[in-house]
Design a binder for this molecule. Sequence first.
Ligand SMILES: Cc1ncc(COP(=O)(O)O)c(C=O)c1O
Ligand SMILES: Nc1c(O)cccc1C(=O)C[C@H](N)C(=O)O
Length: 398
Amino acid sequence: MTDFQATKALFDLPQGVIYLDGNSLGPLPKAAPARMEQVMRAEWGQMLITGWNKAGWMHQPRQIGDRIARLIGAEPGSVVMGDTLSIKVYQALAAALGLAKPGRKVILSDSGNFPSDLYMAQGLIASLDRGYELRVVAPEDVADNITEDVAVLMITEVDYRTGRLHDMQSLTAKAHAMGVITVWDLAHTAGATQVELAACKADFAVGCTYKYLNGGPGAPAFIYVAPRHADTAAPALSGWLGHDAPFAFEQSYRPGAGIERMRVGTPPVLALAALETALDIWDLTDMPAVRAKSQQLTTLFIDEVERRCPQLTLATPRDPNARGSQVSFRFADGYAAIQALIAQGVIGDFRAPDIMRFGFTPLYVDETDVIRAAEIIEDVMTNALWDHPDFKVRAAVT
Ligand SMILES: Cc1ncc(COP(=O)(O)O)c(C=O)c1O
Ligand SMILES: Nc1c(O)cccc1C(=O)C[C@H](N)C(=O)O
């Protein structure tokens, strides 16, 4: 049994704020500043370059990868940290294409995928110049489009706008039956739903750690390679730390053993230290407990908001098993409404053209927050608090 009040107390949440945007950027673990100070002063400051060995910096990407593996149903030793998610998407997709059946040219994805994944695929296709095609279908049509011309299925498990959850088990099974390699983006599922990479026999997966995992802005991404592929997948981004013997400084690249080859360059030691403090909180729970609580919270939120706000249209699946850990409503003036909510202390976000998006994160959001947030949303909608010129000017970053 997880004590979610205890985990909530471990985050530094601003007074008077109900934070429903942990699906974009998780909050600060209270232990992070002291840990950063210690890594900076005692490790970087005092150990200088010897920190790579003495403080174990060089091994962090694998050790932290193992802590994340527990949260995504991955085998120990199959996950490594580094770079940004967009880079890891590129690397996983390139490696997957390398393992695909000869002659197959289609990368299948869906219109609910986050644009960066589609952009990275487009860039990879252009640089490979081998006639690959990115085929983008509606999320509901993915299964029917897994055909024998598809090389790789590249899917973000939860749609960042609607919160719709793909069925990893059945899509992976269908993909494999058709000889298709799978790449799963877990940006909106790691720390949000119960992901079972090994049980689903996923081939590749990637994800970020700044959302539900609470690693902080710019926290490094992770990549998973199924152990059956780990020694054959070509890493594509052949940086020196993925080399079999980085400190032999050979002239030619030889990929390292297993998941090590998916490393590229120097690990982001400071960012990994912050992430570790978040993972210390994750150690107090497990994904079945978090998923059960998340489903309770999202159901409660849907019920409360729908009852109070007939102006809003639910964009998220009603079935708790068909959605991730976010709830979205459509509203034509959604941007202004979100700004009005933020001014009232409820932080959610807006995604064009009309999506008001709210993330539910049991580690620090509870039923009281949900009810209070629904009351404030009701106030904003009933009294048209959004209808103010200050709220209608779009910021560059939202
Ligand atoms: C599904 C998905 N893929 C890729 C990205 C881009 O990640 P990054 O900015 O870390 O490269 C995001 C979020 O920004 C995302 O949600
Ligand atoms: N990574 C982000 C950033 O650097 C700035 C602003 C937002 C983000 C996000 O993560 C966006 C997010 N992937 C989304 O689902 O909308």
